[in-house]
Design a binder for this molecule. Sequence first.
Ligand SMILES: *Cc1c(COP(=O)(O)O)cnc(C)c1O
Length: 409
Amino acid sequence: MDESAHDPENGPETDSVKDAARARRLRVETLAVHAGRHSDPATGAVMPPIHLSTTFARNADGTTPAGYVYARSENPNRHALEEALAQLEGGTVAAAFASGQAATMTVLQTLGAGDHVILPDSLYYGTRKLAEDVFGPWQLSCSFVDMQAVDNVRAVLRPNTRLIWVETPSNPLLTVTDIGAVAELARAHGARCVVDNTWATPINQQPLALGAHLVMHATTKFLGGHSDILGGVLIAGQSDTGQSDAVQDDDWFARIRMIQTTGGAVAAPFDCWLLLRSLRTLPYRVRAHNANALAVAQGLAAHPAVEAVYYPGLSDFAGHAVAARQMTGFGGVLSILVRGGGAAAQAVAGRTQLFTQATSLGGVESLIEHRASVEGPTTTTPVNLLRLSIGLEHPADLLDDLQQALDAG
Ligand SMILES: *Cc1c(COP(=O)(O)O)cnc(C)c1O
């Protein structure tokens, strides 16, 4: 990077952050602190103001002084957030939404009637509900397969397969999919590969670098990190013009942007502000979530009331080898099977004192949930499964709490 990139006279400071990131000079901790950061030109405020205005004044000649016109299309807080999220994920463009589901819905809305989508059979239940219940009547056809073997994906490819959706590690079985292998298959077929990277976070896993076309996050989870923001994002790399695949990613992202700003399921300014604030500590939080989850997973594996522990960080877990290859940490979520069936599992969740029995994951506080009862009668989740989101408490306190809840059974 040349000297002039450091010069504050020489454009917004994030341009120098972007340049340095591109030259791979900045580590993720540094990026997390600086990406999308602009001192407020009006006041010099180091931390950004929240722009609630829905509209922006024009110059006498009708032009816009900073390019902002109307808040559904563009907002300074959303703009800064999108810039930061794109950089953290190793992408170039991002679109922020009001929820993870709004982001997923946008991906599906880029498709046409009659298109075919392949999804994993272990999948966030809301993604399945969107694909089947919302887009089924719009003639989208879906195949759900076990993606632990890429051959299963290949076997259901059709001429009209446009999209392969990957979720790894998956909800709630922590199933691991080889992102590089699935992305390669998609590219060879002229289809696109999207990875729901919510559970891994960009700190543990970078799907764009592994060949995926697009990354989706429910920012509600680890990126927000404090259980107080609902949000989603889609992130893409630049058009891969060097590749001979049939996919024009620039066009695709332009369509995503059009649906975002026309459909209007955008993230609110305060949510964007809060989320950008959360990103500043993401690398440190994720590292602690990883370490605590591994300690809890190892501790639970030895407990007689636990039939199985699903966590990619355990060396005897089915997906461990692939996870170890494509992840730098194994995340903060694990699931366990409790001996004695569904009622016994529910009773364990009811006896925890530090763990709160609640839906969601990725916050500083630990949560526990009996997934089958939340997912309802159509669930395919084992009835004795509990999903644990491991927070930032001391892992020994968390293990003590789980042990007393399991021992009392
Ligand atoms: C929570 C979650 C979603 C949905 O996000 P919302 O913000 O609740 O709409 C999607 N995928 C995964 C893996 C999730 O955990």
